[in-house]
Design a protein around this ligand. Structure first.
Ligand SMILES: Nc1ncnc2c1ncn2[C@@H]1O[C@H](COP(=O)(O)OP(=O)(O)O)[C@@H](O)[C@H]1O
Ligand SMILES: [Mg+2]
Length: 378
């Protein structure tokens, strides 16, 4: 249980009763609020909800029963346990109290230990109920998230996966048709098969990866040298850089620094940004990567002299499946999931992403991310 023992509201019209009760409940470590009639108790509960209410039955104005009925009818107070304080003889009263939704009763004259024992029992019960409700709520949110991910996968499957698959099926038919007469055409068709299968494979890998990122938040942080991390990722895109005869410039901090990131995940981030820069920059262009330390953060950016992005598309770039719909952009193969993955990973590391671009001139994609702290034990 937490350190706070709990707040108890005592409702009784007789000041001496209040005083005695207050004294020993405070002595037992509870915080005590008081009200001397039903109406003011109801009012008070609205703005300072207690954890338990001790309620006298016989009071001028609205009596304890009516007070209880109103408390239980109001969603704000309906969950707060009510314990009636009633004279020993009134069996009828006790039954009536329970019928109105009260949790318990204690008989007058009150015994100190009994009051404390019952209050404690109901507080514990009440807290456990609240914990269970919080867990249920969490489960519901988690479930809703999974449903959303599932819907996403289904809606993609119906478009982006069906198209290449249809193309594969048609190509297989063609191959069957041409095989006996024209092996050259068959070879070309095999290329198509390979391309379409690659497209599907990449899309499935990215989709599953994004679904995992969205449903699971565990990062495996480790100490990394910023310099080797960047160099490793730049090397990774070397073949494509060479193919397009691009000029790559890297600007690293003068002094190497240790960062505490999820290596695999952060590799994905930089590789996605670098491969976009390479993909969307025409032959002979320049890609520049830079990293700078600023206090507790690292700024990393990837600039290119490529196609650039129309202003209207910029706000939507980090949305799943979004691709710029110009002929030049669409001539490059892609799924539109890369930047969503980048954003998700950077956010998980406590950072944020941004983009600056001008159509026909080039783009800069960047992110700022905390250096992180070493985690000593998993
Ligand atoms: N460096 C860039 N230059 C121009 N356009 C870019 C660049 N990076 C991303 N884009 C645009 O943003 C879209 C989304 O990028 P991304 O999510 O990585 O998807 P993909 O690369 O699979 O198409 C791309 O389709 C492209 O139109
Ligand atoms: Mg991409």
């Amino acid at each position: 249980m937490d350190e706070r023992k709990g707040i108890i509201l005592i409702v009784d019209d007789i000041p001496t009763n209040l005083e005695v009760l207050m004294q020993f409940l405070e002595g037992a470590g509870y915080e005590v609020l008081v009200a001397t009639d039903g109406e003011s108790a109801i009012e008070q509960v609205e703005y300072a909800p207690p954890d338990v209410i001790l309620l006298d039955v016989m009071m001028p104005g609205i009596d304890g029963f009516e007070t209880c009925r109103r408390l239980k009818a109001n969603p704000v107070s309906s969950d707060i346990p009510v314990i009636f304080m009633t004279a020993l003889s009134d069996t009828v009263d006790k039954v009536r109290g329970f019928e109105l939704g009260a949790e318990d009763y204690i008989t007058k004259p009150l015994h100190q230990e009994e009051v404390v024992a019952r209050v404690t029992a109901h507080l514990t019960l009440h807290r456990q109920k609240q914990e269970i409700q919080a867990l249920r709520q969490q489960e519901r949110l988690y479930y809703e998230r999974l449903v959303k991910i599932k819907d996403n996968i289904l809606s993609t499957a119906s478009h982006d996966l069906k198209n290449p698959l249809t193309s594969i099926l048609i190509t297989v038919d063609m191959i069957r048709h041409y095989l006996p007469r024209d092996p050259d055409i068959v070879y070309k068709k095999l290329d198509t098969l390979q391309q379409e299968a690659d497209r599907m494979y990449n899309l499935i890998v990215q989709l599953l990866d994004l679904a995992r990122l969205e449903s699971d938040i565990v990062l495996r942080r480790q100490a990394l040298s910023l310099t080797s991390w960047m160099e490793g990722n730049i090397n990774y895109v070397h073949p494509q850089v060479d193919d397009k005869q691009l000029n790559v410039i890297a600007q690293l901090p003068e002094e190497d620094i240790t960062v505490y990131w999820d290596n695999e995940r952060m590799n994905q981030v930089l590789q996605n940004l670098l491969s976009n820069a390479v993909k969307y920059t025409p032959v002979g262009g320049t890609v520049e990567v830079s990293a700078a330390v600023q206090g507790e953060d690292i700024h990393i950016q990837v600039s290119d002299t490529g196609l650039g992005i129309p202003a209207g598309d910029i706000p939507k770039l980090f949305t799943k499946f979004y691709r710029v719909n110009t002929r030049q952009h669409m001539a490059v193969s892609g799924s539109g999931l890369g930047l969503s993955i980048v954003k998700e990973i950077v956010h998980k590391h406590g950072g944020h992403v941004w983009v600056d671009s001008e159509e026909g001139i080039g783009s800069t994609f960047g992110f700022t991310i905390p250096i992180g702290e070493e985690i000593l034990s998993e």
